[in-house]
Design a protein around this ligand. Structure first.
Ligand code: HAM
Length: 417
């Protein structure tokens, strides 16, 4: 779990604003849900036999004896809220969210125990058009941020019936080779054999490569859905790679699943992932409503932006350091408030804590401010202020308040933002 400090917080703000603007350009609206939910919500949706539920959740019993969990992802909470708040009556409900998620994983670069996702979920639309929209939206993120080297991997997990049938075939196949399976895969064999396909164990790769192929079992309607989606993506100029091994680590998916991956982040290569989960809302007690969504990892995206040198320079240093005396303190604070009202983007740091002019000038210089604004007793007497450019050798100037505003206003845009 990380503290986020300046200047990194500026990078976060930049990224959040960019992503929000794009989500709004697709008419998605923000939803905020609690960080804590009933544990059962996650075990029922993500699946009992998944890494998240088996090993990674921060779970505890509260004072009332309720079993609660810090959310490991946003989809389940969003579905719960949509059911409880009656958001499913509007077909085509498009929601987005951002915030911290918690998974007790082994921390490394790009993988943390508290991390942040930004995601979107759409309810009530079953066609491949919305799948294409969701993918186009994520592609627009990368385009707007100037990122490259991201590949879209795509797969279809078919309908539940197809998957059950395929599951049986996998169980039969892997049972025949039981002794070759590692401990994790043996455990998965019973409850979640599809996840064996996702194993990173190098000793299992040949066995996995020879396993029955899901595409041979795909039902007609899932096949049509997938073909139509790929046609739309081609039409939208979004390249993709079909990856039959892409199964995702959460149980709720069916049909379309996708991941955006990059070779630039080492082991944690998935920046954004999602897919369809048409059965989940009904499974959690709502009416049968189709759904699709995605989430991206903010930390991974920021690492990628840094890696590819795509973060703009930020300067949030004060424009003005206001220098005062004990006697001019109240007038000075008043002046600062007035200036903030007239010039809302002006950053003024008012000196606090007393001290003579010399010390204050030293602090002004250290603060990185462009100007020192001096309000001494002489200035008060003459109803003026003195402005000194700390970053050039220009002589200081004396102005009244109106002249000061007129002086600062046109140059404010040129001062680095
Ligand atoms: P997920 O694949 O578990 O999917 O997570 C989505 C993204 O969150 C990952 O691709 C990664 O970028 C980021 N992420 C996950 N775990 C960590 C971690 N420990 N540290 C840093 N980043 C991490 C979901 O969570 C689904 N809810 C996505 C979804 C939404 N599917 C449909 N709707």
């Amino acid at each position: 779990m990380n503290d986020l400090l300046p200047p990194h917080t500026h990078h976060w703000q930049y990224l959040e604003t960019k992503l929000q603007t794009i989500l709004e350009s697709y008419a998605y609206q923000e939803i905020r849900t609690p960080l804590l939910e009933a544990t059962e919500l996650f075990s029922r949706s993500i699946g009992e036999v998944t890494d998240i539920v088996e090993k990674e959740m921060f779970t505890f019993i509260d004072r009332n004896g309720d079993n609660l969990t810090l959310r490991p992802e946003g989809t389940a909470s969003c579905v719960r809220a949509a059911i409880e708040q009656g958001l499913l009556h509007t077909p085509g409900q498009r929601l987005w969210y951002k915030g911290p998620m918690f998974r007790h994983e082994r921390p490394q670069q790009g993988r943390y125990r508290q991390f942040h996702q930004l995601g979107a979920e759409v309810y009530g639309l079953k066609g491949p058009d919305i799948d294409a929209e969701i993918i186009a939206l994520t592609a627009r993120f990368w385009k707007t941020l100037g990122l490259d080297n991201l590949t879209l991997q795509l797969n279809s997990l078919g309908s539940k019936v197809t998957r059950d049938h395929y599951r049986q075939q996998l169980i039969t196949y892997f049972t025949q080779h039981l002794s070759q399976l590692d401990e994790d895969s043996q455990r998965r064999l019973k409850h979640n054999p599809l996840r064996i396909l996702d194993s990173k164990n190098p000793h299992l790769q040949t066995l996995i490569a020879q396993a029955p192929q899901f595409s041979d079992y795909l039902d007609d309607s899932s096949h049509t859905h997938f073909t139509e989606l790929t046609q739309l993506l081609t039409h939208l100029n979004i390249p993709y790679q079909v990856n039959p091994r892409l199964v995702r680590g959460l149980d709720y998916y069916n049909n379309t699943v996708f991941e955006w991956i990059t070779p630039d982040l080492g082991a944690q290569s998935t920046v954004c992932a999602g897919g369809r989960y048409d059965g989940l809302i009904e499974q959690l007690g709502g009416k049968p409503v189709p759904a699709i969504g995605f989430a991206l990892g903010m930390e991974r995206l920021l690492l990628l932006l840094t890696q590819q040198n795509k973060l703009p320079e930020f300067n949030k240093l004060p424009h003005i350091y206001l220098i005062l005396t004990e006697l001019t303190l109240s007038s000075g604070m008043h002046l600062a408030e007035t200036l903030r009202e007239i010039l809302p983007t002006l950053r003024i740091l008012t000196h606090c804590g007393g001290g003579n002019f010399k010390t204050q000038f030293k602090k002004a210089d250290k603060s990185g401010a462009r100007f020192a604004l001096i309000l001494g007793e002489d200035e008060i007497a003459q109803q003026q202020v003195t402005l000194k450019d700390l970053r050039s050798s220009q002589p200081q100037i004396t102005l009244n308040q109106t002249e000061l505003v007129a002086y600062l206003n046109p140059i404010l845009n040129q001062l680095t933002t």
